[in-house]
Ligand binder design. Structure first.
Ligand code: HEC
Length: 120
C-alpha cells in the first residue's frame, strides 16, 4: 500500500514536470536592467500586440506559446532576438515579415516592457 502511494505520487510529479517544462519563476525576476528609449518601447509594444500577443498573451502571460514575462533572465538579448527572427519549433520566425527595427523594438519590449518600469 505504502509503495503504491509513493509510486503514484512520483508518477504525478513527473507528469507535472513534463507539462510545465520549466519550473523557474522567471516573472519574479522582473525586467532586465537594460535601458531602451521610450520610442523604441512604444514601437515594441505595438508590434507585440499586433504580432505576438495572440500566441503569448496580452501581457506576456502565455497562451499557445509560453509565457515571456521575466524571460530576459533566461535568454540573452542576442539569443532572444535570433529566436524571434528565425523561429524555433512551433514558433514562426519573423525575420522576413518584420523590419530589423521592429524586431529590435519588440525584443526590447519583451525584456523590460511587461513590468511598466521601463519609462523611468
Ligand atoms: C503562432 C504562434 C506564435 C507567435 C505569433 C509568436 N510566437 Fe513566440 N513562441 C511560440 C511557441 C509555440 C514557442 C515555443 C517554441 C519552442 O517550443 O521551442 C515560442 C517561443 C518564444 C520565445 C521563447 C520563450 C521561452 O521561454 O523559451 C520567445 C522569446 C518568443 N516566442 C517571442 C515571440 C515574439 C517576440 C513574437 C512576436 C514577434 C512571437 N514570439 C510570436 C509561438 C508563437
Amino acid at each position: 500500500m505504502k509503495v503504491r502511494g509513493l509510486r503514484l505520487s512520483m508518477a504525478l510529479l513527473s507528469a507535472c514536470c513534463l507539462a510545465c517544462g520549466d519550473s523557474t519563476d522567471w516573472a519574479s525576476k522582473g525586467p532586465t536592467d537594460e535601458k531602451y528609449s521610450q520610442v523604441e518601447l512604444s514601437l515594441g509594444e505595438a508590434v507585440y500586440s499586433d504580432t505576438c500577443s495572440a500566441c503569448h498573451g496580452q501581457n506576456g502571460s502565455g497562451n499557445f506559446g509560453p509565457d515571456l514575462v521575466g524571460k530576459g533572465h533566461k535568454y540573452s538579448y542576442k539569443e532572444q532576438r535570433s529566436l524571434v527572427a528565425r523561429g524555433r519549433r512551433s514558433m514562426p520566425g519573423f525575420g522576413a515579415s518584420l523590419t530589423d527595427a521592429e524586431i529590435d523594438a519588440v525584443v526590447a519590449y519583451i525584456r523590460v516592457g511587461f513590468f511598466g518600469e521601463s519609462t523611468k
